[in-house]
Ligand binder design. Structure first.
Ligand code: ATR
Length: 270
């Protein structure tokens, strides 16, 4: 069986092995998928060892997406825009190809939830690697406007400027947020610490969706805050499954069905 793995640190709690095992079973693909905890200072060594032992490809998660980007011989356009790689594919010629499926995963998940972006006002909270990774696929859905707000305002402004060619974007601090939004995406790591970014009270338009790129057994502090203000809460579990499905497709040229896997994963969290 062909070997795949997710590389991270820490990685023990990753749901990716469970997701890819379900995809493999469903599609009848003969493969194994494990979790590899790479040393914080030697992602490249860990990958190369895996490749020597027959590894064909991998997913890459925190904190190695930038190092995976640097390691690749060839990069997809979307990986170059993200400056991060979450999917490694080892070619028959030994060359390493890097792609990034996070953004398309999020766009697919939003579609699953019936969230149409065309012409809508979108606010993104955070301006780190996670947000950079999803901006291009999000802008490709032609929202009316994308505002990026971040604790460090200059990082939001820089990121908005970097993607100005792809759509109408602006960026700044939380105090500069104005008006109502149809979709508010939390891409900051604030919820990991249980912190709530200082967002204005009147943030949501009628029928708005609040989307957290994080997920867990219980709703994040951001989603609880948003639901109390009338927005529909959606967590990042579907995004995880959809980015995995896209990686699986890149490796195996077979597109797995995600609905049952989302439901199974939700049950394992409860
Ligand atoms: P990631 O790859 O997860 O995006 P990152 O690049 O370190 O990680 O970015 C973390 C993001 O979460 C940043 O936007 C960060 O804000 P700063 O740029 O001001 O550091 C944001 N963040 C982290 N902790 C936060 C908190 N407690 N409140 C608000 N924003 C926070």
């Amino acid at each position: 069986a062909d070997r795949y793995a997710v590389f991270g640190n820490p990685v023990a709690h990753s749901k990716s092995p469970l997701i890819h095992a379900a995809f493999a079973e469903q599609t009848g693909q003969a493969l194994t998928y494990t979790a590899v905890e790479a040393p914080k200072d030697d992602f490249a060594g860990a990958w190369q060892r895996f490749a020597r032992e027959g590894g064909r490809g991998a997913n890459v998660t925190v904190p190695f997406k930038g190092e995976a980007f640097a390691l690749c011989d060839t990069l997809s356009h979307r990986a170059r825009q993200a400056r991060a790689v979450n999917t490694l594919i080892l070619g028959g010629n030994g060359r390493l190809y890097g792609d990034n499926t996070d953004g398309i995963g999020m766009a697919r998940d939003l579609a699953h939830h019936g969230v149409a972006l065309k012409g809508k006002r979108v606010l993104i909270v955070g301006a780190g690697g996670a947000v950079r990774g999803v901006l291009a696929p999000l802008l490709a859905e032609t929202p009316g406007e994308v505002v990026i707000a971040n604790r460090t305002a200059a990082k939001a402004a820089d990121l908005a400027a970097a993607f100005a060619d792809a759509g109408r974007t602006s960026g700044g601090g939380f105090a500069e947020i104005e008006g109502a939004f149809d979709l508010v995406i939390n891409g900051s790591s604030a919820s990991l610490a249980g912190d709530m970014p200082p967002l204005p009270e009147r943030l949501f338009a009628e029928g708005a969706t609040a989307y957290d790129m994080m997920y867990g057994a219980a709703p994040t502090v951001f989603l609880r805050w948003a639901e109390a203000r009338g927005a529909r809460p959606v967590d990042g579990l579907g995004m995880l499954v959809e980015q995995a499905a896209e990686s699986f497709f890149l490796w195996r040229s077979v597109r797995p069905e995600t609905a049952a896997v989302r439901a199974t994963l939700r049950r394992t969290l409860a």
